[in-house]
Write a protein that binds this ligand. Structure first.
Ligand SMILES: Cc1ncc(COP(=O)(O)O)c(C=O)c1O
Length: 405
C-alpha cells in the first residue's frame, strides 16, 4: 500500500510570508524575552507605569451601569463615546480635531499598518521608510510584497534632501512611513522645517505619509513639535497607539487621515477583527475623560527621562571614544554606533553571554545596513542595573579595541 509522504507545512506557506525579515529576528526576540539578562533589548513600557488600580475601578463602573455596550461588538470605526474622547485628545494635543469620518479606532499601531498595507499595496509597490526604522513596519509592508526602500537619517530625523533627490531620480513610492517623534530605533525627532518640506514633497509627488506617533506623548519635557497630520491632513494618515502611554494589554490605537482613506481602512478592518474591543475602548474613554491619562503621562515621562539620563551618563563614562550614540529627548531608545570592525550581531551574542540583552542594527534596515549599530532601550531597565549593564557592554568594546581588531 502506498504511504502518503508527510507534508512539510512550510512548503505550503504563502510566498509573502517567506519575504519576511529573516530568521535572525527570532533569535533577537528570544534575547528580548530572556528575563535573566539586563533588558536593553525590548521596547516594552515599564509595568510600574500601568494604572492597575484605576483600571480595576473603571472596569467595575463600566460593567455595573447596566449599559452593556462594553461587552458587545462595536461599530467598525469605534464606539461614539471613545471616538469623541480620542478626537478631543487629538485636538488638545495637536491643535486639530478630526472631522467625522477622519478617525478610526484600531486594535493597536500594528493593526493600523496592516490596514494600510491591505488598502494600498500591490506586489512590487514601493514604500519608503526611514533607515533605520521600526521592525514591525518593515515586516508589515513586506507581508504585502512591497519593495521597502530606506532613506537615511541624521540627528534631525529623515534626510528629506536625500528623499527629494531620490524622487527626482524617479523613485515613486505609494507610501512613506515615518516615526517623527523620538524615533524607534534611532531616538531622534524630525525637525519642524523638515516636517514642512516632507508635507510639501508628499503633495507634489502624490504619495501618502504614514505618520507613526507611538512615542509622541513621551517627550521628556512634555513638549511636542507640530504633528505631520496637523500640518497636512490632506496628505497624512496618523497611526497612534495607547500601548506606551496607557498599557499594551488593551491593544488600542487610532488612524486619523483623509476621510476617503479612513473609509477604506474601515472596509479593510471588516475582516481583520471587525472592531477594536469595546471593553478597552470604554476603559480608555473613562481614563482619558477623567484626566488620569495626563497624570500617568507625567509620571511616565519622569521615569523614562531619569533612566535615559542614567544611561547617557554611563555611556559617557565608560565607552571608548570611537563609540557614538544619539541623545534622545523622549521615547525609549538610543542608537549606538560601534567602532569599525566590530560586528553588531557578534557583539549582541557576546553581550548576552555577559548577561546583557541588546538588539543589533541590521533588522531595522530593509537593505542589510546597520551592522555596526545597536539599539539600546532604557524603558524597562531598573535604575540600579543601568550602570552595571553599560559597564559590561563597555568592557566588551574595550576587549575588542585591545585585541587590535
Ligand atoms: C514605532 C512603533 N509603532 C508601533 C508599535 C506597536 O504599537 P502597538 O502595540 O499599538 O501595536 C511600536 C511598538 O513597539 C512602535 O515602536
Amino acid at each position: 500500500m502506498a504511504v502518503t509522504p508527510r507534508t512539510r507545512w512550510s512548503d505550503l506557506f504563502a510566498e509573502r510570508t517567506r519575504a519576511g525579515v529573516g530568521g535572525g529576528i527570532l533569535e533577537i526576540l528570544a534575547l528580548a524575552a530572556d528575563t535573566k539578562l539586563i533588558p536593553f533589548a525590548g521596547g516594552f513600557p515599564d509595568p510600574q507605569t500601568f494604572p492597575a488600580a484605576d483600571a480595576a475601578r473603571f472596569l467595575e463602573e463600566i460593567v455595573s451601569t447596566g449599559d452593556l455596550s462594553a461587552l458587545q461588538y462595536a461599530p467598525t470605526r469605534g464606539l461614539p463615546g471613545p471616538l469623541d474622547a480620542l478626537a478631543q485628545r487629538l485636538e488638545a494635543l495637536q491643535g486639530r480635531r478630526p472631522a467625522d469620518g477622519e478617525l478610526l479606532i484600531t486594535s493597536g499601531g500594528i493593526e493600523g499598518l496592516e490596514l494600510l498595507g491591505k488598502s494600498f499595496l500591490e506586489r512590487g509597490d514601493t514604500v519608503v521608510v526611514e533607515g533605520p526604522t521600526y521592525l514591525g513596519g518593515i515586516m508589515a509592508f513586506r507581508s504585502f510584497e512591497a519593495d521597502v526602500v530606506a532613506v537615511g537619517m541624521d540627528e534631525h530625523g529623515l534626510r528629506v534632501d536625500e528623499l527629494e533627490q531620490a524622487l527626482a531620480n524617479g523613485l515613486r513610492p505609494k507610501l512613506l512611513y515615518t516615526i517623527p517623534d523620538h524615533q524607534n530605533p534611532a531616538g531622534v525627532s524630525l525637525s519642524t522645517e523638515r516636517r514642512h518640506t516632507l508635507a510639501e514633497l508628499a503633495r507634489r509627488h502624490g504619495f501618502l505619509i504614514v505618520e507613526d506617533v507611538a512615542y509622541r506623548e513621551l517627550g521628556f519635557d512634555g513638549e511636542a513639535l507640530p504633528s505631520l497630520w496637523s500640518l497636512a491632513p490632506d496628505a497624512v494618515v496618523q497611526l497612534g497607539t495607547t500601548s506606551k502611554t496607557f498599557f499594551p494589554g488593551v491593544r488600542l490605537g487610532w488612524a486619523a487621515g483623509p476621510a476617503e482613506v479612513v473609509e477604506q481602512l474601515a472596509v479593510a478592518k471588516q475582516n481583520t477583527d471587525q472592531c477594536a474591543a469595546a471593553l478597552g475602548q470604554k476603559l480608555f474613554e473613562a481614563y482619558a475623560r477623567r484626566g488620569a491619562m495626563d497624570e500617568q503621562l507625567r509620571r511616565s515621562r519622569a521615569l523614562y527621562r531619569r533612566r535615559c539620563e542614567r544611561l547617557l551618563a554611563a555611556l559617557e563614562r565608560t565607552m571608548p571614544r570611537r563609540v557614538s550614540w544619539t541623545r534622545p529627548a523622549g521615547g525609549f531608545f538610543t542608537w549606538l554606533t560601534l567602532p569599525p570592525g566590530l560586528a553588531a550581531g557578534d557583539f549582541a551574542r557576546g553581550a548576552a553571554a555577559a548577561g546583557v540583552a541588546v538588539v543589533p542594527g541590521v533588522p531595522f534596515f530593509p537593505d542589510g545596513r546597520g551592522d555596526d549599530n545597536l539599539r539600546l532601550s532604557f524603558s524597562r531597565v531598573e535604575d540600579e542595573l543601568i550602570n552595571d549593564g553599560i559597564e559590561r557592554l563597555a568592557a566588551l568594546v574595550h576587549d575588542h579595541e585591545r585585541s587590535g581588531a
